[in-house]
Design a protein around this ligand. Structure first.
Ligand SMILES: *Cc1c(COP(=O)(O)O)cnc(C)c1O
Length: 460
């Protein structure tokens, strides 16, 4: 059995080029873990070794791996209709999913609700869709001077060139800078270090004031502002007060700028509510959903738009239409998985049940705040972040990059040795487990975190 795991490791490294990885680090510094199968919150190796998925496999998984209800829905759909062109043709899962998403999308009193769904097939593509739509919408109104996007410091929106342009994580962006769009950066409302809610609100107000000045300084130039509501996940799980989102909504309205909410990571219950925007009572003009959309089974992105945005493309001319397409737009298998995931969220009362799970996560994480290496423990629903004091000599200098630096690698390996997959983001260890995680598994998670923190000590 052990030979099988090492065999897969060797065959993998002979042919695969892994994402977000310096391949030189394999196989010595970074042990490669071939997975034979998944089972709830567990990943099981070929040698039978079990590892708890503390990061929901890059924040995609909601209800556990190989969840039978979603697997069955995909199987049924595959035997019915696996894929069909979505231009000129339609199918039931795409229609039903759009209806269901629009019915549960964030709504704000006095605003026209989100009314149309455009499908892309992954998060970055969905961000490209939203950016292009925003620009094109103004262009169709005869306002082609609005060519710029506002984004936040420390934000992340994906890896394709447009999405990378509105991101601010130096290690991912630096090399490609000559290829990227010229965007405007507003300060992050990040409440790191705030001792109470009043301090977090003060951070939100300061950042909103700065955004106001930025928009004042660029009248008529900006078509959209894009942000990750409540948690900048890839940016180190930095969190902000919902007050910021309310101020942004007002400022975008005042300046006639479209608001794009990227809930690709925080949607579907991660922050405690179905969507993060709900906590601020605001509604964006464009909403990007992916990752957890299919319960973590298949890639799919839904971009929700208001009727007003949609109407801006109606015309006799093809050029005014949104001609963007992806071969697998609205793939029936992915839509069927998403419908099954929504059914589970509802049938198992997942958002309510998560309240109890989140409270247990709070209790288990609280002691880490006393650890000499820990600067802050913070939480938003099903996301817990344990931020360490900066590592001396880390080239990324506090910027969040997955398992960066020697300390990050030590912590990653220590957690893995204790049976948990944790991928520290720079100085931040975080928990983002599948919602099905139970009490015994939460204790395994906390135990491995304690072991990882032991490795964080400078003398380790
Ligand atoms: C992951 C992520 C993306 C990109 O999604 P992909 O499917 O990986 O391309 C965009 N925005 C946010 C907030 C994300 O976390």
């Amino acid at each position: 059995m052990i030979a099988a795991a090492s065999d897969w490791r060797a065959r993998d490294l002979a042919v695969l080029w892994h994402p977000c990885t310096q391949m030189r680090e394999h196989p010595d510094a970074l042990p490669l873990f071939p997975v034979a199968h998944g089972e709830g919150a567990w990943l099981v190796g070929f040698d039978g070794r079990r590892v708890l998925d503390g990061v929901s496999s890059w924040w995609t998984n909601l209800h556990g791996h190989a969840e039978p209800r979603i697997a069955d829905a995909i199987g049924r759909q595959a035997r019915t209709l696996e894929q069909v062109i979505l231009a000129g043709f339609s199918h039931a899962p795409a229609v039903e999913l759009a209806e269901r998403l629009l019915a549960c999308a964030p709504q704000q009193a006095g605003r026209q609700p989100l009314a149309k769904v455009f499908y892309a097939d992954n998060g970055s593509s969905g961000v490209e869709v939203a950016l292009k739509m925003a620009f094109h919408w103004f262009h169709n109104r005869g306002d082609s001077r609005r060519t710029r996007f506002v984004t936040l410091a420390n934000s992340y929106h994906g890896e394709t060139l447009g999405a990378l342009s509105v991101g601010d994580i130096p290690l991912y962006r630096r090399v490609y800078a000559p290829l990227l769009l010229d965007v405007l950066f507003a300060p992050s409302p990040d409440a790191f270090g705030s001792r109470d809610e009043a301090a977090a609100i003060a951070c939100a107000e300061r950042a909103a004031d700065a955004l106001s000045q930025l928009l004042d300084a660029h009248p008529g130039e900006v078509c959209a502002m894009i942000l990750e509501p409540l948690v900048q996940c890839a940016g180190g799980m930095r969190m902000h007060h919902p007050r910021y989102l309310q101020r942004v909504r007002e400022l975008c309205d005042r300046h006639g700028v479209l608001l794009i909410a990227d809930e690709i990571a925080v949607g579907f219950g991660r922050t405690g509510t179905l969507f993060a925007c709900e906590q601020a009572g605001i509604q964006p003009d464009l909403l990007c959903l992916s990752k957890g959309l299919t319960g973590g089974f298949l890639p799919l992105c839904a971009v929700l738009a208001t009727q007003q945005v949609y109407d801006g493309f109606l015309d006799d001319s093809r050029e005014r239409a949104f001609l963007h397409s992806h071969s697998y737009s609205g793939n029936p298998l992915a839509c069927a998985a998403a419908l099954a995931s929504l059914d589970i969220l509802h049938a198992d009362d997942v958002i309510e049940r998560n309240r109890g799970t989140a409270a247990r996560m709070t209790a288990l994480a609280a002691p880490f705040a006393q650890h000499p290496q820990v600067a802050e423990v913070r939480q938003a629903g099903m996301i817990v972040a344990i931020e360490l004091h900066p590592e001396a000599g880390n080239a990324e200098d506090g910027h969040a990059v997955e398992i960066a630096g020697r300390r990050g690698l030590r912590m990653y390996r220590a957690a893995l040795d204790h049976g948990v997959l944790l991928r520290p983001l720079g100085d931040v260890l975080y928990w983002m487990p599948p919602y099905c995680i139970d009490d015994a598994q939460l204790k395994v998670l906390a135990g491995a975190t304690a072991a990882a923190l032991e490795e964080a000590s400078p003398c380790a």
